[in-house]
Design a protein around this ligand. Sequence first.
Ligand SMILES: Cc1cc2nc3c(=O)[nH]c(=O)nc-3n(C[C@H](O)[C@H](O)[C@H](O)COP(=O)(O)O)c2cc1C
Length: 377
Amino acid sequence: MRLYFVRHGIAEDLATSDFARELTKRGARRVAASAKVMARLSLQPSRIWSSPRLRARQTAEIIAEALELDVTLTDTVNFGFDRAGLRALTRHASEDDELMFVGHNPDMSLLVSELTGVDVSMKKGGLARIDTIGKTVEQGELVWLIAPKVFDALAEAAQPGAEPASCQPGTPAQKMPSTSQPVHRLIAGRWSPVGFDPERPIKRETLLSILEAARWSASSANLQPWRFIVAPRDNREEFDKVLSVLKEGNVTWARHAAVLMLAVAHRYPKPDFYHRHASHDLGLAVSQMVMQALDCNIYAHQMAGIFPDKAREVYAIPDEFEPLTAIALGYRAAGLDHLDERQRGREAAPRQRNELRDIVFTGSWAQAADFLGEDRK
Ligand SMILES: Cc1cc2nc3c(=O)[nH]c(=O)nc-3n(C[C@H](O)[C@H](O)[C@H](O)COP(=O)(O)O)c2cc1C
């Protein structure tokens, strides 16, 4: 289990009661900056428990907003939070769960110290990550102890404007293949899940960035032969319309996606000009879209399994265009209960690829290139 312990941010000294002490403006700003860093670090707790005291609750809510989660208030994380409380809150959790607790000192520091055997003093707004050892929550390894100053430095180091405001960048972790050579983490981490989270929409700004990424793709003669028919899930009528042109095998899982789209190629930019590279360019644009999405922890699953003629009819697509594929976009679901057994098997299956020597030639067909070295064999 991965446990995150957060001490509330800087709060005002006085209020009508200790319970009502709010975060100061600076405290709230700092927590908000830290929360963005947490999102960058791919923190994905399934639950955030908070002490109901206002300063802890506000801290938890700011973090929850950045991680797109809800907060559960509980007195267990209030003053006196201890191992018994932790045991109680985690009794239904599984070994793979990530959970977060937002509370107070001295309990947070004491608890983290007790669990890890390391003498820890948590600053206001600080975060400790403990990975439990074995089946018990009573013992764990202190993986991170991030002081607010470190959060400040990490927040400053993040380039502003490099990603959409609503994006939660992260490093894909599941199904990382063992590549024969190092490749970019987004390339290694991309795969085609069927386990989309039906409850989690993609924010408009993020979706626009994903589409913008496609727009800036290279294309033969800059003909830009890509068109996309896009249906976010909350537009039920349009979403169902895309579903109606998918083959049944794809509908079973694609219906859980946050966004569905059809990718259409401009086949005849002029009446007598068949654009041979339209599919190539459309694929390139989709690839950029897929990577942009994954940088925000959003996965894509492309589908050839569509009914092109039906798509043409449903959307009145002119003859000069050809519907080629559909794309499902969405966040991965934390649990896979909504999938059938076969789909769950698919999620767990290792990813397979041909060897470099089978695809990279020099000199003549099927002659593996010399520069492959050891990889030639
Ligand atoms: C153009 C294209 C069409 C695809 N069509 C389907 C499809 O109709 N149904 C499906 O389940 N997967 C489909 N896939 C997903 C592939 O099966 C998947 O990309 C491939 O098995 C490699 O797995 P990975 O993407 O997880 O690495 C398609 C992928 C592409 C690029």
